[in-house]
Design a protein around this ligand. Structure first.
Ligand SMILES: C[S@@+](CC[C@H](N)C(=O)[O-])C[C@H]1O[C@@H](n2cnc3c(N)ncnc32)[C@H](O)[C@@H]1O
Length: 252
């Protein structure tokens, strides 16, 4: 079985995008959530890159993730800062609890990881169900403007103990009908020329049209949808390279 946000992948995520590392999103989300007095949920919270700055700002945030390795890193990151948020292992498709959240946030294009259309609809219904009346869903997506099969990218990171982690990423498949790409990431950890650990990650990624995603949110029941780009609230996208954020309200 291929891995998915496994040990090496989680280690790299935490090194490459440490807590507080912002794409412009942390400031944007903090601003949008400033008036939020209830509980906020970050599904797929990962290492806590976004969760921890929000907690440190005094917001009441819970998180979950499907990856044990990501959650392990997240819990450690919280402990180091004397934070003790509610964190649990779950899937976006099936998580279920009695909390009604004032906001659910999905930054960093993470929603695109749900590459199967039926599952993505299921996730949005599940988010809607877990929001309070008037609760907000804030989700980032991005467009894939340059897809060519076989494109390979490589990166390396040096760990604090001198180990090297190399990642080779290759786009292997594009499904234009169902709107997703499949990439494979090969992680290798090296120490003094000896291969210590390796991991092969299966990485599907969906894309949406801007108005398509708005229509999907409306079909779930979300209202008052505001589309933003480049983390400028209400600025309709004009640049395909910039992140697009959808904020919408569950009016029940
Ligand atoms: C790109 S990371 C984003 C982490 C964090 N939200 C951030 O902004 O830094 C994506 C995370 O989504 C998690 N994930 C992917 N599919 C998931 C699913 N179906 N349910 C829950 N978590 C999922 C992965 O394990 C990973 O931790």
């Amino acid at each position: 079985m291929l891995s998915y946000y496994g040990r090496l992948s989680s280690e790299v995520y935490d090194m490459d995008k440490p807590i507080g590392h912002s794409f412009g999103d942390i400031e944007f989300y903090m601003n949008r959530l400033a008036s939020c007095e209830g509980i906020i949920l970050e599904p797929a919270t990962g290492t806590g890159r976004m969760l921890i700055p929000l907690l440190e700002r005094g917001l009441n945030v819970e998180g979950f993730d499907s990856s044990k390795d990501m959650l392990y890193v997240c819990k450690n990151n919280c402990i180091k800062r004397n934070l003790n948020p509610k964190l649990f292992e779950a899937n976006m498709e099936s998580f279920s609890n009695d909390t009604k959240y004032d906001a659910i946030i999905v930054p960093a294009g993470t929603f695109l990881l749900i590459h199967n259309r039926a599952d993505s609809i299921k996730v949005l219904h599940n988010f809607y169900k877990h929001l309070s009346n008037g609760g907000r869903l804030i989700v980032d997506i991005f467009l894939q403007s340059d897809i060519s099969i076989g494109t390979v990218s490589t990166r390396t990171w040096k760990c604090s103990n001198g180990d090297i982690i190399a990642l080779e990423n290759k786009i292997a498949e594009v499904d234009y009908i169902n709107q997703y790409t499949i990439s494979y990431g090969r992680y290798e950890k090296w120490r003094e020329g000896v291969l210590l650990q390796t991991e092969l990650e299966y990485f599907p990624l969906r894309w949406y049209g801007v108005e398509e995603f708005k229509l999907i949110l409306e079909s779930i029941g979300f209202k008052d949808i505001v589309i933003s780009s480049d983390y400028k609230f209400g600025q309709y996208p004009t640049d395909t390279e910039k992140v697009i954020t959808f904020e919408s309200v569950a009016n029940k």
